[in-house]
Design a protein around this ligand. Structure first.
Ligand code: PLP
Length: 385
């Protein structure tokens, strides 16, 4: 099965949908219409392909890890999203959304950010296209990620502290949605993962299918027409994972998402509604959304994109959780064996391969290297001393 379009009400099985205040419904509908028309328009597609090639640096390579494979007894291939401009897969989505916003006649982007990576990517796309950009960021996160705040300002964006609730990512999403309701005439909400109300989970997935399309062709060339036994990726909201899964959903390959133990929405969550969607969600006994905790700020999200909940519920994908300690080991392992310093997020997927290497012995595993580790070396220096 290839990944399907959601139903007309924006659902993947029972998950997804559009749980938003009345005032946001027309904005979501306008966006859905505009995306559907753009995605079917060869002119839009070739303009986006041009940006992905000449600005972001696609296609990203597929790297076979000889020394790492030897050490683990598992053949590991990396899809190198870390080599994209701005250092991660996020550029695929923001270029798509910014181009779409322009086509819709919008002049301003708003975005939410947690660790700052999506904020930086959004500010980058806005600078490229000459649009205004305002990024909402939890006050607590702004203090923790001062360097990314400075980067966004360098790129011409305005960074606004979200001061409600726990003053972290989920509060920044609420503030960005509030801004969008009030300014929808001129503004597009550039959401950073496969979450939120319909059409976002579907639209953001489509902008990341380029990862899966490239990886499928690259694997077939390397493996004589074959596909890997396993395709794996880290899961925060789930955008890089769904991007690479999309290339292999119609094959025999096992699809494995890896979550942080402290933010295992699929593994430990229960169905609930947050940020306009129904999905698995970490909640306390009173149904309140729980804070997620992980070593990598980019995975600190208590929910998960609805399509992952669906793929889990039908058994097409499965979800594993790893501890911070296992991630720190994997971060060092890849650096030492391959000369590639990974971001802490994709180090989660490698931590799972390493932990389960006996079960995976002799198999071929494709890992989506969603980002590079430059942003994390200072934090690792503190941890490792
Ligand atoms: C933001 C980020 C993630 C998490 O987002 P997903 O939507 O789950 O992909 C993962 N890896 C990197 C490098 C990131 O910057």
């Amino acid at each position: 099965m290839a990944l399907a379009e959601p139903s007309s009400s924006g659902r993947f099985g029972e998950f997804g949908g559009r749980y938003v205040p009345e005032t946001l419904v027309p904005a979501c509908q306008e966006l859905e219409r505009a995306f559907r028309s753009a995605w079917g328009d060869p002119t839009f597609r070739s303009e986006l392909d041009g940006l992905l090639a000449d600005y972001a640096g696609r296609p990203s390579p597929l790297t076979e890890c000889h020394r790492l494979s030897e050490e683990l007894g598992v053949r590991v291939l990396l899809k190198r999203e870390d080599l994209n401009h701005t250092g991660s897969h996020k550029i695929n989505n923001v270029l798509g959304q910014a181009l779409l916003a322009k086509r819709m006649g919008k002049t301003r982007l708003v975005a939410e950010t947690g660790a700052g990576q999506h904020g930086v990517a959004s500010a980058t796309a806005a600078a490229l296209m000459g649009m205004e950009c305002m990024v909402y960021m939890g006050e607590v996160d702004m203090a923790r990620q001062a360097l990314n705040v400075f980067r966004m300002r360098l790129l011409g964006a305005e960074v606004v502290p979200a001061v409600s609730g726990s003053r972290t990512l989920k509060d920044a999403v609420n503030e960005a949605m509030r801004d969008w309701v009030a300014t929808v005439e001129t503004t597009h909400y550039c959401l950073g993962s496969v979450m939120g109300p319909h059409p976002y989970p579907w639209m953001v997935r489509e902008f990341h299918t380029v990862i899966g399309v490239e990886a499928r062709a690259q694997c077939e060339a390397l493996l004589d027409g074959g596909v890997p036994d396993v395709v794996t990726a880290c899961v925060g909201g789930g955008s890089n994972a769904i991007g690479i899964f999309s290339g292999f959903a119609d094959t025999e390959a096992e699809l494995v998402g890896v979550e942080p133990a402290g933010g295992a929405a699929v593994g430990r969550g229960v169905p609930g509604v947050v940020h306009g969607m129904k999905s698995y969600l970490m909640q306390d006994e009173f149904g309140q959304v729980q804070e997620a905790h992980s070593i990598s700020a980019g995975l600190d999200y208590p929910g998960v994109g609805p399509e992952h909940s669906f793929l889990s519920s039908i058994g097409r994908a499965r979800y594993e959780a790893v501890t911070d300690e296992q991630v720190v080991d994997a971060f060092q392992l890849l650096s030492r064996t391959e000369g590639i310093i990974p971001a802490l997020e994709p180090a989660h997927a490698l931590a799972w391969i390493s932990r389960d290497r006996d079960l995976l012995a002799g198999r071929t595993v494709l890992l989506n290297m969603s980002g590079r580790g430059d942003k994390d070396v200072a934090q690792m220096m503190e941890i490792l001393g």
